[in-house]
Write a protein that binds this ligand. Structure first.
Ligand SMILES: [Fe+2]
Length: 419
């Protein structure tokens, strides 16, 4: 655990190593915090859970607790606060970490759950920071150790090819072993009707055809809410595409639009309209999870689509940030699920049709604000993690959620159809 905490911190610092003071402290998008907020928030969270709650010591900086509490200080106002500057935020991170390690030295890590939670929290904020860094469109941004992308598979994928998933029971949710968030439990059986689901996520080429075929003009393909959103904000293409539809913003600059890469930075509304235009729909999250994990022959869920082995980035999936963007759809055949679906983990978060709610028997843990307060409303579930998700947190049962109009995240989708 100590080594994992050190490794997480090395990555956090690596992400911002090439970013100027000014860019760390500035608001780049109204939807995102200044990067220095994320840095100090990582420290405040670790201080609260590992030093104060677990170690029973006073907070290092009681005076900062409210400013760096995600609930008390929503994103929209974070840019107006007297935040720590980047040097102060780094010191805060170092000092809290020193105390957290002292506590571990003194009393171990107990059952390890709080430490795992804090570790994953840092991993997840690293992805959030990459969203901000991409939205900031910083020219020449570099992440050390950048991985080269695999070539497009031959033949290439479009996202329109569907795989038949037969009706039948499967298990959904995280098992009792190991760490999982409250909203992934309890594992339960679910009887799913037969359906078809995309072998891969929908690609830029397929989405471009939709755009050029009047995708944003054909009223009949849009839900009422989706159409109203599109009209109000004058949306006519994915978030990172240029107006001439030939290039997209990636980490470090503008690149020609790659036809085989999954489309990314689309809202749930856009994903839904694309699916309708193809006589399809988005999968429910249960359908998504069954296609990703269920091994019908052995009647058991796999931990990952390819089996129970931890993901090896670059072999099973495009994960862990160093790819600095999406890879061609289907480029990792070793990551196929038992049903033959590709790229379910990594590359892009995939929108599902499902609203975010607890499974039957849900129990909030360790606090209601982790997920319960988001239930029952307007959030839609996303699955599978993106290229910017760290390996440890990219699991087949992990549930992400966001508003259907949001596209600051690394969100794409695959389509489905009832059998
Ligand atoms: Fe957080």
């Amino acid at each position: 655990m100590v080594e994992a905490l050190h490794e997480a911190r090395r990555r956090t610092f690596a992400l911002v190593a090439s970013v100027s003071e000014d860019d760390l402290e500035r608001v780049h998008s109204p939807l995102m915090s200044p990067l220095v907020w994320d840095l100090a928030h990582i420290a405040a969270y670790e201080d609260l859970w590992l030093v104060h709650r677990f170690g029973e010591r006073p907070l290092l900086r009681e005076d900062l607790a409210a400013m760096y509490d995600a609930f008390e200080t929503p994103r929209a106002v974070r840019g107006d606060l007297p935040l720590l500057n980047s040097a102060q935020a780094r010191d805060y991170l170092d000092e809290v970490r020193e105390r957290a390690l002292e506590v571990i030295e003194e009393r171990g890590i107990g059952d390890g759950v709080l430490h795992e939670m804090v570790l994953r929290h840092e991993h997840q904020h690293d992805e959030t920071m990459l969203q901000t860094l991409l939205l900031a469109r910083l020219d020449g941004y570099e992440l050390a150790g950048r991985r080269t992308m695999p070539p497009s598979p031959n033949p290439t994928h479009t996202g329109l090819e569907l795989i038949d998933i037969p009706a039948g029971e499967c298990t959904i949710g995280a098992d009792g072993d190991g760490f999982a968030y409250d909203n992934e439990r309890p594992r339960h059986r679910n009887d799913v009707r037969g359906y078809l689901i995309g072998r891969t996520a929908v690609t830029n080429a397929s989405y471009l055809t939709f755009v050029e075929g009047g995708g944003y003009q054909r009223r009949e393909w849009w839900s009422d809410e989706g159409w109203a959103w599109k009209e109000e904000y004058d949306i006519s293409r994915p978030g990172g595409w240029t107006a001439d539809l030939t290039a997209e913003w990636r980490l470090g600059g503008l690149e020609p639009l790659h036809p085989d890469r999954p489309v990314v930075h689309v809202s749930w509304f856009e994903a839904d309209a694309f699916a309708r235009a193809h006589g399809a729909r988005l999968p429910t999250e249960i359908e998504w999870e069954k296609a990703a994990t269920w091994d019908q022959d052995r009647e058991m869920a796999r931990r990952y689509p390819w089996g129970n082995r931890r993901p090896a980035p670059g072999q099973h999936a495009n994960l862990d940030q160093r790819g600095c963007g999406t890879a061609p759809a289907g480029a990792y055949p070793d990551g196929a699920s038992a049903y033959g679906c590709l790229g379910m983990i990594g590359d892009t978060w995939e929108w599902t049709s499902s609203g975010f709610d607890g499974y039957a028997g849900f129990v909030a843990h360790p606090y209601r604000e982790y997920s319960e307060v988001f239930f029952g409303g307007d959030y839609r579930v996303l699955r599978g993690g993106s290229w910017a998700t760290r390996t440890r947190v990219a699991t087949s049962t992990f549930r992400n959620w966001d508003y259907p109009q949001r596209r600051q995240i690394f969100s794409g989708f695959r389509i489905a159809r009832s059998a």
